[in-house]
Structure formats: C-alpha cells, structure tokens
Design a protein around this ligand. Structure first.
Ligand code: ADP
Length: 181
C-alpha cells in the first residue's frame, strides 16, 4: 500500500449510527433537488435540527430554482450537535449515469467542507435509501471518492465519517474498507 492511500484510509471512519447525533463539523444530507426534507435521513435531520434547516433550504431554492443532481449547498445546523449541514443530491437509481453522479455528489460535498475550512464531515449512504442505489456499489463509490479527494486535495479535512443506519449497509462499507487495508 502506498503512503497516500495509507494516510487517506487513516482519516476514514466507518460506523453504525444515527447521523443526527454525529459531533462533526458538518453532516451531509441525502437531499432531493427541491430540498424538501420530507423523508429518510433528510426528515430525521430536520426533526432533530429544527425547521430552520427547511426554511434556509427554501431560501436557497428560491434563489437557484433547483439543486441539480451531483451538486451541494450548505446551511446552518441549528439544534444539531454539528455546525453545518451540507445538502447534496444523489442520483435516483435508473436515471442513467448514476455512478458518475454519485461520485460528483460526494466530491462536491467534500469540496464544500474544504472551502469552509471544516475538519470533519459525516456522510450517510447517499442514494441508497428511497433513491434505490445498490448498497454495495454505494459503499464502493463513497469510499473511493473520499480516498481520491484526500489523496489529491491539500485539505484541512482530518476525518471523513461514513455513518450507516442499518446493519446491511454498515456491512458493505466495512467489507469494502477492510478490503483496501
Ligand atoms: P436517498 O433518497 O438519497 O436514497 P434516504 O434518506 O432515503 O436518501 O437514504 C439514504 C440512507 O440514509 C439510507 O441508507 C438510510 O437508511 C439512511 N438513513 C436514514 N436515516 C438515517 C439517520 N438518521 N442516520 C444515518 N443514516 C440514515
């Protein structure tokens, strides 16, 4: 294993849990293009963080129309233990070009955290719930994207957490991460 990969892997944490409880600088929301946080992890984030997150999201949508798949925006986190919520839109499985779109969603979230000088960020398994993306492929793309980012961008990000809600998803992330060790 080369030193770049070793150093990137050291910054990655795979854990099971509820992302709304994560004490990191930013958690990532698996949002839709309208930033209507009505189900899945998005609803859990607004329930725990407060309606202000939805209100700020609505303001963004008023300005930009829709948030295209693969893009990311940031809001405050209000009652959550983190400082910010990064909202990204992963692909709906079946719409085409999904791997590339999921890659961009993760990369752009990391890049936004980097621009805000954040040190830690936590991701859920973006697209693998309501959007139907296969969980094993999701695990591979999310971990590979984090590694590529950490290897190539001179960044202050010291920790990238993948916070998985259920045993099956956690199992795929753990398995792929261990394969890279
Ligand atoms: P998408 O529409 O992008 O598929 P979902 O919110 O439906 O987004 O699901 C993404 C992933 O987030 C799924 O694996 C789901 O089980 C998980 N999830 C749901 N609630 C939470 C939570 N509180 N913390 C972490 N992950 C969660």
């Amino acid at each position: 294993m080369n030193n770049f990969l070793r150093s990137a892997l050291k910054k990655i944490v795979i854990k099971k849990g509820d992302i709304t409880k994560e004490q990191v600088d930013a958690i990532v929301n698996a949002a839709n293009s309208h930033l209507r946080h009505g189900g899945g992890v998005a609803l859990a984030i607004v329930k725990a963080g407060g309606v202000e997150i939805q209100r700020e999201s609505d303001e963004i949508i008023k300005k930009i129309g829709i948030l295209p798949t693969g893009h990311a925006v940031i809001t405050n986190a209000y009652n959550l233990p983190c400082k910010f919520v990064i909202h990204t839109v992963g692909p709906v499985y079946g719409e085409g070009d999904e791997d590339e779109k999921l890659y961009r969603a993760i990369y752009n979230s990391l890049y936004l955290a980097h621009l805000y000088n954040l040190k830690s960020i936590a991701f859920p398994a973006v697209s693998s719930g309501i959007f139907g993306f296969p969980k094993d492929r999701c695990a591979r793309i999310l971990i590979d994207t984090a590694i590529e980012f950490l290897e190539n961008i001179q960044t202050g990000i010291e920790k990238v957490v993948f916070c998985l809600f259920d045993d099956e998803t956690y199992g795929y992330f753990e398995e792929y991460y261990n394969k890279l060790q």
